[in-house]
Design a protein around this ligand. Structure first.
Ligand code: ZN
Length: 164
């Protein structure tokens, strides 16, 4: 598996969709060039995995991107991305995390599903529901991670210092 990306031009900027696996083979060079004018969002819902070499490539990427586009957003962050946000303090660079995907699993029908969680610009972490109705069978789907720590990275200020 490798990394794929696509760009959508919006009225006031662009959205870059990143998907697949981020590894040492990921080439971010074309994406840095897109950080020019207008608002930039990185849509990360499709990122399924990121290995340790991929993390290094990513950090390098956001550092370069921060120079081009000081205000960009990370949106619809997949669980793989959220895991890194929690572990690596400079993973988002100068970007703001706008929303994350919440993973749910239905034990009744085996369906894995994702819900969007919009994050407030400041303040307390939003509550994550343990159980939601399963979109496939109408049963109960259970949060497939630890609700109390999933968005733990929010405890560090979104606008705080960029240590690391
Ligand atoms: Zn179900």
């Amino acid at each position: 598996m490798t990394m794929h990306w696509a760009v959508e031009n919006l009225g006031d900027g662009r959205r870059i969709f990143v998907s697949g696996a981020i590894t040492e083979e990921a080439d971010f060079q074309p994406l840095i060039a897109l950080g020019g004018e207008g608002r930039l969002s990185l849509d990360l819902a499709g990122v399924e995995e990121i290995n340790s070499c991929g993390v290094r490539e990513w950090i390098h990427f956001v550092r370069r991107l921060s120079e081009q586009a000081p205000t960009y957003d990370l949106v619809r962050c997949s669980p793989a991305i959220v895991r890194q946000l929690n572990m690596v303090s400079n993973f988002r660079g100068s970007g703001r995390v706008g929303s994350v995907m919440l993973p749910y699993y239905c034990g009744n029908c085996g369906e894995e599903q994702f819900r969007l969680l919009e994050l407030p610009p400041e303040g307390a972490s939003p509550a994550i529901a343990d159980l939601v109705p399963c979109g496939a069978c109408g049963g109960e789907a259970e949060f497939d991670d630890l609700p109390e720590s999933y968005v733990g990275f929010l405890a560090r200020s979104q606008n705080g210092s960029r240590k690391g």
